[in-house]
Write a protein that binds this ligand. Sequence first.
Ligand code: DGT
Ligand code: CA
Ligand code: CA
Ligand code: ZN
Length: 575
Amino acid sequence: MVRPNEEVEALLQEYADLIAITRGDAFKARAYEKAARAIGGYPADVSHLDLSGLKEIPGVGKSIAEKVIEYFHTGHVTVVEERRARIPAGVRQLITIPTLGPKKAMTLYQDLHISSVGELADAIKAEKLRDLRGFGKKTEENILHGITLMQQAGQRILLSTAMESAEDTVAELSRISGCEKCAYAGSLRRMKETIGDIDILVAADRSSPFMDALTELPSTAEVIAHGAKKTSIRTVKGIQVDLRVVRPHAWGAGLQYFTGSKGHNIRTRTIAVHLGLKLSEYGLFETEGGKRVASQSEDEVYARLGLPWIPPTLREDRGEIEAGLRGELPEVVTEGDIKGDLHTHTDLTDGLAPLEEMVAAAAEQGYAYYAVTDHAPNLYMQRMTDEKILAQREHVRSLDGRHHRMRLLHGTELNIGPEGEVDWPDEFLQGFDICVASLHSHFNLGRKTMTQRLVRACENPHINVIGHPTTRLIGKRPGIDADLDEVFAACARTSTALEINAQPDRLDLGDDDILRARSHGAKFAIDTDAHSIPQLAYLRYGIGTAQRGWLTPDDVINTWPLRRLRRFLRKDQAV
Ligand code: DGT
Ligand code: CA
Ligand code: CA
Ligand code: ZN
């Protein structure tokens, strides 16, 4: 993603929210929201654009463009600051509750003087909301549900948010003289779907320059602890970062220790003990005499324990130690194995970029093939029609071959209806090279119906991939209630792949479900579901999740050569 674009996106989105909270012009709020999205998805760095360059972005007019320029010149936008000042921080905290919009938040503040999540929960318990206009019993339930979801997510943040912040910090610390190595460790290196805090490790002879630098970064809001062995700070985005500095010769042992997981480390320490050794963040030592036997690299440490190097994404004590001891660790899929993306959108539906631009950006990824899968008619707000999708197909065919070597597939993302039916009849579906089918509505029809809908989709001879199979949104919406084992078995039986949707707030399927699906013999597609050019880069999060599910290239259809993929897409049983 382009960082300055994201900053502007967040700022304009906040402005839109602030307008809504203060009951400003609803059209204006929507215009800022649209511009925010367009800038966030714009492929070029907007901080390099002048007024006329900015105005070429869809939805960005003179007034918005001027605010963007003001932001990059001065670091703030006056009108945003003014609106912020009119609203207490507590109210802004209220709108972070997933089910509570800006207008209701403002009502709560003005009528009941509620300005924190705690006060809101108390007011609901005291049944104070019921008499407010626009509120009712149902609203109360929704808000309570939102508060629960927020608390369940706890202070954990999305993998992508942590990754961006960690990469910035690693880059900053790497510039400091004396830095021999610098990397992020912990759950981030293991690519867990949410991250509690960021752990960063530096190899250097002196620790203080790094510890000091961390506390002085512009992104640092608060210093939690500042010492020679460990420094912890909180960033302006509220993320905790722990920094440790180790001696260069102990890099491998430190990295192994601070990568975790705790469960994995307990196992490696136990193996060490059985070998008459002691494993710590400083190295692997002989118990008697204390001689150092390994510490320089992770490779060395693992080798001395009789293990191959274990990919961080597998270090969860889910059988990787046993597999390693037997020499049967999987060769997990990597980004380089991916030959194409099989689920992407254009501005024909809710994507931001036109077809040509998405295709050109995909070609730059070095893909061998690329599928365009815009939404089908039953997602009404997308206004898809037969004519539009057929015209797109012509367009896709005309672009095919223009980017040497990369072949284009024309597909669609179908909607799985309440009974497992989809948007178009068989004859029409036949014309697509690939069909993804996803649940986009009716998430709560009961376990039996939900299972049947998905199984029926698998049995459709034209459906190749089940998109974001559980429809969960991390920290916001739980996955559907369905008999997933039955669904996974149906996928394996019918040659229908399960998607690993790489959108950071989905990562759907997640690691545990992948492990289960794999045991049924199902195949997978790691897709970005990109709605803009920068989102093509989400692939890495899908790869991390697939690795955590122990997948090898053979399990993942979009690592296969096009011929093998095409055979799978015909739903022939022998692939
Ligand atoms: P998180 O931050 O909750 O997403 O998860 P982690 O795994 O990053 O956990 P964190 O930040 O508490 O610690 C980072 C790693 O450091 C952890 O995975 C293993 C290692 N570690 C930290 N404290 C301990 C400990 O008390 N015992 C052991 N064996 N390892 C520890
Ligand atoms: Ca951590
Ligand atoms: Ca930590
Ligand atoms: Zn999609």
